[in-house]
Design a protein around this ligand. Structure first.
Ligand SMILES: Nc1ncnc2c1ncn2[C@@H]1O[C@H](COP(=O)(O)OP(=O)(O)O)[C@@H](O)[C@H]1O
Ligand SMILES: [Mg+2]
Length: 334
């Protein structure tokens, strides 16, 4: 089997805040194979974006810092690299797109300038080659008149078109890994579907790996090979997408699936998960999900469950699934 392209191990990313230490990402481990797409799903505040920013080493400083863990990319720990070395990986081997493309595009430069600039920074394409590539990238992301778009400014484009431009910029240097953080959340539903299809097609054409971050479990089946469900700074369940959707193990995953609006119910979910993700300065003791869990047992109030494997491709962090083969046995209990 291929070695993973990306392997995150026991990642902890914390913030010093006026309210105390915020353990936003608190022991996250996963691996992504070359050409694989993994979705990270979870409610707002569960630590998804900070996980992606940690990989890019763009955690807001000085409040935020990577407390411990490793982030192996092509077998090398990104956390050992210098700032310069990391800068040359960013935008070249690893690219990232965000929810709101307007904040990533510079309002005073044309689209053409910004796509060429992304290529020049890394020196892979120059001059006429860069212009030609900018043109073909815009075609590839579904722009009808690439020539016109090259001369336009960000505010002249719709939200969906701007996100396509951001995808073109992200792909300009043929990255091996694309981190897509809620790339469709700000868009209309029809445009969302188009952008997801585009991302899936581009991933297949280029063979890159993709980490798709979303709060919407409903969109993962279209794109992701596997899913990691995050809750309160931890991954509580990981499984191939089909297995996770048809047979969720963790009560939190079950709750997320039950609250999906289904077509037969005309868009209304029958079930809503009560409560919210607690603040990361005050994670609950025991299982962090215990106060919202419909299957809570006595032990859940006091002991944090460890992550146990469920066969080769699945794992779950829940006392309902005890196992001799605990994957992470040295977890603190709080
Ligand atoms: N700049 C910051 N300073 C302090 N805390 C932060 C900062 N950014 C994020 N956090 C904390 O990290 C938690 C997780 O954030 P995030 O990864 O953005 O969640 P998600 O993307 O899952 O909605 C947030 O609830 C917040 O408390
Ligand atoms: Mg986020």
């Amino acid at each position: 089997m291929n070695p993973p392209l990306l392997e995150v191990n026991s990642l902890r990313t914390y913030f010093n805040t006026p309210a105390g230490l915020s353990r936003a990402v608190d022991g996250v481990s996963f691996a992504l194979l070359p050409g694989e797409t993994m979705a990270i799903v979870g409610e707002s505040g569960s630590g998804k974006s900070i996980t992606a920013l940690s990989i890019m080493q763009l955690v807001p400083e000085p409040a935020g810092f990577i407390e411990s863990g490793t982030i192996q990319f092509n077998g090398k720990d990104l956390l050992d690299l210098t700032w310069e070395q990391m800068r040359s990986i960013r935008g070249r081997q690893i690219s990232m797109i965000f929810q709101e493309p307007m904040t990533s595009l510079n309002p005073v430069f044309t689209i053409g300038f910004q796509i060429r600039e992304a290529m020049l920074t890394h020196g892979k394409y120059r001059g006429d080659a860069a212009t030609a590539r900018a043109h073909s990238l815009l075609e590839r992301v579904g722009m009808n008149s690439p020539d016109k778009v090259l001369r336009q400014y960000p505010h002249e484009l719709s939200g969906g078109m701007r996100q396509r431009v951001m995808i073109a910029i992200a792909l300009a240097n043929e990255p091996q890994l694309l981190l897509a953080d809620e790339p469709t959340t700000a868009l209309d539903v029809t445009i969302q579907a188009q952008i997801l299809t585009l991302l899936r097609d581009l991933q297949r054409d280029t063979g890159m790996s993709m980490l798709l971050i979303t709060h919407d479990l409903g969109i993962v089946s279209q794109v992701a090979d596997k899913v990691a469900v995050m809750y309160a700074g931890q991954i509580v369940e990981q499984a191939p997408t089909r297995d996770l959707l048809s047979n969720p193990h963790h009560p939190y995953t079950q709750g997320l699936i039950a609250s999906l609006p289904s077509r037969s119910r005309r868009g209304n979910a029958l079930f809503t998960l009560e409560g919210v993700v607690p603040p990361p300065t005050r994670w609950p003791g025991g299982c962090r999900f215990h106060d919202r869990c419909s299957k809570r047992m006595e032990i859940c109030n006091t002991q944090m469950p460890s992550t146990t494997s469920q066969g080769e491709y699945r794992s779950v962090r829940c006392h309902l699934y005890p196992s001799a083969e605990a994957v992470t046995s040295q977890e603190p209990t709080r």
